[in-house]
Design a protein around this ligand. Sequence first.
Ligand SMILES: N[C@@H](CCC(=O)N[C@@H](CS)C(=O)NCC(=O)O)C(=O)O
Length: 232
Amino acid sequence: MTESAFPILYFAPQTCARVTLTALEEIGLPFETSLIAFMAGEHRKPEFLAVNPTGKVPALETQHGVIVQNGAILSYLAQTYPEAGLLPQADDAAGRAAILTELFRCSSDLHPLVTRFVMSPMISTDAADAPRIRAKAAEGLAMQLAPLEQRLSRQPWMLGEEWSILDAYLAWIWFRITGAGFAADAFPTLEEHHAKASQRPSAKSALAREAKAQDELKARGLFFTPPNTDRD
Ligand SMILES: N[C@@H](CCC(=O)N[C@@H](CS)C(=O)NCC(=O)O)C(=O)O
């Protein structure tokens, strides 16, 4: 770990760390990034395991210590910088639970299905299992996304009239699965939502940082594109 006056985000391009990166851009205060090159196995090296022993990004080094898990990091950032409007500030337990429901929907329901769908050849030791894993994940994704498709046809953003960081989370999920061949036809509103969320300045800044990181990885011969990914 390093000593820095600013928070440090450990990240890799195209991963779920994009959501945290977008949150930090939205807050607008200085922060640093540390690129973890998966292709060089840096997520399994002692330097990074000292930061996050589970070897996963995102990890955010803060003045309060290292925070891991997107949901926890986003919740921490939303409370620490309420003026950034990452999440609504609910003043009762039921209101907070309603917001956490949507956060956990992204991190606990959808993200594991994203991983199974996109990385299906890596889920089982038998490569022959991959098509079945992928098909089952697609079925689960379709079921989980259907209510969101309906919701977003009634309101512009995940939580209502205002953008929240959950829109960046959903946009990342949509990017990952459609980039890996998920059939988008039945979800035109999610496609529109992704396009709209990607126009937000914080999203553009996060993508620009990722592009810089990709250039760095390419220069080191370590460019990593997860299987089937064909969009930014
Ligand atoms: N539950 C964790 C999941 C984090 C996660 O799976 N990150 C992926 C990138 S999207 C990763 O670092 N994978 C590398 C690994 O698992 O070895 C979170 O929400 O932060």
